[in-house]
Design a binder for this molecule. Structure first.
Ligand SMILES: Nc1ncnc2c1ncn2[C@@H]1O[C@H](COP(=O)(O)OP(=O)(O)OP(=O)(O)O)[C@@H](O)[C@H]1O
Ligand SMILES: [Mg+2]
Length: 327
């Protein structure tokens, strides 16, 4: 049995003059999935999302929703709701008017709309702030109002373009977990755009890693991190030790490396040039006579290692830690 995906991009392309912003993207998003588009600035994430929302028309390819081509549908007739990086709240409307805006447009009956607004404010934990204006809210609260407004209209898919970029790190990390919890609770399909690999890994069921308008790899967070398909994906998703191997590379993640003050067969010898204590782990940089410096990440449990900068060190990894990369 094949299940029709909720969203399906098929060979989608979009140019702006000389720039191929999106260059032949095919991917499916399942109903109920939390899907992330991840990639560096300018790789085409927003453009791809805007084509799904209907703000931009593809030059080639098809976008289907539950199997139906949505090419001709204007944004307001698409069952998607987009939340932008700048929350774009209406400054003259208070919280409940902002959250209820789409419902009013859709002609919801007043009592039903009011109940829906209350439900949304509970969901994002903003009960009681109904009469505040956006200027009287913190950044995190504005972000919640925008989320409540986007969800109020019961979209089939919620599109989030860098929704947490304006929040400070701590609030951003908390909000990532909350977004994930809300998505799970509602059983809804979310698509998020981000250039932050940690954010993508925290929230998403699957990640599409983009490069220059194309998909470099799609997979679950663990898959793309532990089994990247290319050097580009390996390096974009975290720190990587890369050893030249034939035409390609062997990848070993720093947390798979072991550092020791004593020599061992097959261990790589070097000198410790950096030690960074990071709370949950310690990160070592070991310089070798030749080749790139080795990166080692060691969980801080049990007694600490007695390394100092300048010490000799031997670094090794188990054979199963190495992943072959074509390029
Ligand atoms: N309306 C436009 N006119 C001309 N060029 C555009 C337009 N919109 C996007 N581009 C270009 O298309 C490319 C992809 O842009 P896009 O906004 O999709 O990237 P992005 O991955 O979202 O980047 P960021 O992480 O910085 O938001 C960029 O080179 C950008 O300059
Ligand atoms: Mg963007």
């Amino acid at each position: 049995m094949t299940v029709t995906p909720l969203v399906s991009f098929e060979g989608v392309a979009k140019r702006f003059g000389e720039i191929a912003a999106v260059d032949g993207v095919s991917l499916d998003i399942a109903e109920g999935e939390f899907f992330a588009l991840l990639g560096p600035s300018g790789c085409g994430k927003t453009t791809l999302m805007r084509m799904l929302a209907g703000f931009e028309a593809p030059d080639a390819g098809r976008i289907r929703l539950s199997g139906q081509d949505i090419a001709g549908l204007p944004p307001h007739r698409r069952p998607s709701s987009m939340m932008f990086q700048t929350y774009a709240l209406f400054p003259h409307l208070n919280v409940e008017q902002n959250v209820g805006f789409g419902l009013k447009q859709q002609g919801w009956d007043k009592a039903r709309a009011a109940a829906r607004v209350e439900e949304m404010l509970r969901l994002v934990r903003l009960e009681g702030l109904n009469r505040r204006k956006p200027s009287q809210l913190s950044g995190g609260q504005k972000q919640r109002v925008a989320l409540a407004r986007a969800l109020a209209v019961q979209p089939r898919i919620l599109l989030l373009d860098e929704p947490l970029a304006a929040l400070d790190r701590r609030l951003r990390e908390e909000t990532q977990l909350e977004l994930k919890a809300i998505q799970r609770q509602l059983g809804m399909t979310f698509m998020i755009v981000t250039h932050d690999q940690d954010e993508a890994m925290v929230v998403a069921d699957r990640i599409a890693v983009m490069r220059e308008g194309q998909i470099a790899q799609i997979g679950a967070p663990r898959e793309v991190y532990e089994r990247p398909a290319s050097r580009y994906v390996a390096e974009f998703l975290g720190e990587a030790n890369l050893f030249p191997d034939g035409a390609g590379f062997r990848l070993v993640r720093p947390e798979r490396m072991t550092i020791s003050p004593t020599a061992a067969p097959d261990a790589l010898a070097g000198e410790v040039t950096e030690i960074a204590y990071l709370g949950d782990r310690t990160r070592y940089v070991v310089r070798r006579a030749q080749g790139r410096p080795l990166l080692v990440s060691r969980a801080n449990q049990g007694p600490p290692l007695a390394f100092a900068v300048g010490d000799k060190a031997w670094v090794s990894y188990p054979p199963d830690a190495a992943v072959a990369l074509p390029s």
